[in-house]
Design a binder for this molecule. Structure first.
Ligand code: ATP
Ligand code: MG
Length: 208
């Protein structure tokens, strides 16, 4: 029996945008994954000092955004547990739930790939993944030369790394929050339903 191939895509998703959705679908199709789980962070350890939108609202936007894709789902594994959401613990919990036969592909944008060595127990993260899947992100250089630097910071990473070519959409949640606060449009950068939700709930008025 061929093992189940599952994509995991972690993020704060504050808010989810078309950059996230386009790369998730590209990775899912190009690596022939059975499904893609979006894993919203409960208490992101990388974002101290910023007020994060309550998880209920980030989740509501995620649900609206993925509703039209039968291969996308949400995992509550991080939001359901207190304290900082360390990926190494999340993977451990998922492996306990799903068993070791399953293939796990964790998707990161290039900015997250560059920071991975600063995450808690990065070697423990790599050890539990079938592959780490990186996609380019506008504003971040992904030259081959970079592999050497990645390897120097995190030995073994290049063996576990797949780089997937995906649409390069220069969209970020930080910029979207700023746009809302300054009255600029976000239409076509997020799904229509997410845009409506943001305005109905007066999110991001301060642009934080
Ligand atoms: P913020 O500005 O709040 O950090 P973000 O747009 O970076 O938001 P996150 O929720 O932090 O979104 O990102 C989740 C994952 O998606 C990360 O691995 C990030 O690198 C990746 N990602 C986000 N936007 C893009 C994009 N436009 N292209 C490629 N990767 C992206
Ligand atoms: Mg980010």
């Amino acid at each position: 029996m061929t093992p189940r191939r599952v994509g995991l895509f972690g993020g704060t998703f504050d808010p989810i945008h078309h950059g996230h959705l386009a790369i998730a679908e590209e990775v899912r199709v190009s690596l022939e994954l059975n499904e893609m789980f979006f894993i919203p962070a409960g208490h992101p350890p990388h974002k101290p000092g910023r007020v994060i939108t309550p998880v209920e609202q980030r989740l509501a936007m995620l649900e609206l955004a993925i509703a039209t894709n039968p291969h996308f789902s949400i995992s509550l594994v991080e939001v359901d547990r207190p304290g900082p959401s360390y990926l190494v613990d999340t993977l451990h919990i998922l492996r306990e739930q799903w068993g070791n036969e399953i293939e796990l592909y964790f998707v990161v944008g290039w900015d997250s790939l560059e920071e991975l060595h600063t995450w808690y127990n990065p070697l423990g993260i790599l050890a539990q993944l079938t592959f780490l899947v990186a996609v380019a992100r506008p504003g971040y250089v992904e030259e081959n030369e970079y592999n050497k630097q990645l390897e120097a910071r995190l030995p073994g990473i290049t063996q576990r790394l797949l780089v997937v070519q995906a649409p390069r959409l220069d969209i970020s949640s930080t910029e979207l929050r700023r746009r809302v606060a300054s009255g600029k449009p976000i239409k076509y950068q997020v799904p229509d339903a997410v845009e409506s939700y943001i305005f109905q709930h007066n999110l991001y008025q301060t642009g934080q």
